[in-house]
Ligand binder design. Structure first.
Ligand code: CP
Length: 304
């Protein structure tokens, strides 16, 4: 077993401010339409054990715009279906020539396990309920296109926080930079918090309290089947936690509305909110490409 190869990105929790800033700075210099072929001859392996539209396509766009070759391996239709282990799949993909593996997996810690067994960088594209570091980086990048600084920013995070790797990575990142975070959702969707909360972290049960005065409203995906495990019905969720234009008015006038996607119109937010001028949901997707270009360049030693 070896340490994760240099350039791996397994989570935000242990990344550190300097490294986060370095990636964001590099991303600002990346343009997929005019990119230099920094990764010519490099092979980027996209290994997805779970469905994905945004993460998968933006990693592929990012890699190809810098001249890399990409190969997509999905769990269905591959030898994973025959019972091949994660580590053996990693050895196989390394043997066919992968220079970096981008992996999405339903189990927390799967990218770290792969990274500890391979001598090439591994990038976490979302692992179970653990982290989604590239989403947090593109979210920070998006916020910083609308605000000068993350410090002191009021961010309301609404929805199924407990099960969300997006929320976990966002909280690690934004709290490191001094943002004030308010978490809001049904009790079953909130993290269990023993004792006092970390500085800058607040919990509220009413959406109105969370949103009042907010600079950023970060909505999370709510899976209908998970609502089934709570005391709250779909109709109650919509009545109490759906983002509407009326509720958005409680936030700062220039507040932005974010959502990692996929969005469910009529559940987490109304159609009007999804398409309103304050919604940056499509911009987040677009920003995923330069941010993932920076992450791939860093992974392959081209982050200069
Ligand atoms: N935000 C996100 O991870 O979307 P996908 O599941 O479509 O990649």
């Amino acid at each position: 077993m070896i340490e994760a190869a240099r350039g791996s990105l397994l989570g935000i929790e242990h990344l550190g401010r300097e490294e986060i800033l370095r990636i964001l700075k590099l991303a600002r210099r990346m343009n997929p339409r005019t990119a230099r072929p920094l990764l010519r001859g490099k092979r980027v392996l996209l290994l997805f054990y779970e469905p994905s539209t945004r993460t998968r396509s933006s990693f592929e766009m990012a890699a190809k715009s810098m001249g890399a070759i990409t190969t997509l391996v999905l769990s269905s239709g591959s030898s994973i279906e025959k019972g091949e282990s994660l580590v053996d799949t990693g050895y196989t993909l390394r043997a066919v020539g992968a220079d970096v593996i981008v992996v999405r997996h339903p189990n927390a810690g799967a990218p770290a396990l792969m990274a500890r067994n391979l001598d090439i960088p591994v990038i976490n594209a979302g692992d179970g309920m653990h982290e989604h570091p590239t989403q947090a980086l593109l979210d920070a990048y998006t916020i910083l296109r609308h605000r000068k600084d993350l410090k002191g920013l009021h961010v309301a995070i609404i929805g199924d926080i407990f099960h969300s790797r997006v929320a976990r990575s966002a909280i690690h990142l934004l709290s490191q930079f001094g943002a004030q975070l308010t978490l809001c959702g049904p009790p079953e969707f909130l993290p269990e918090v023993a004792g006092t909360l970390a500085p800058g972290l607040h919990i509220t049960r009413t959406l109105e309290d969370a949103v009042r005065g907010a600079d950023v409203i970060m909505l999370l995906r709510v899976q209908k089947e998970r609502l089934g495990g709570t005391k709250i019905s779909l109709q109650d969720y919509i009545a109490r936690y759906q983002m509407t234009l009326g509720r958005l008015k409680l936030a700062k006038k220039d507040a932005i509305v974010m959502h990692p996607g996929p969005i469910i119109r009529g559940l987490e937010l109304t159609w009007e909110v999804a398409d309103c001028p304050q919604s940056v949901i499509v911009e987040e997707v677009r920003n995923g490409v330069p941010v993932r270009m920076a992450i791939l360049a860093r992974a392959l030693g081209k982050a200069r």
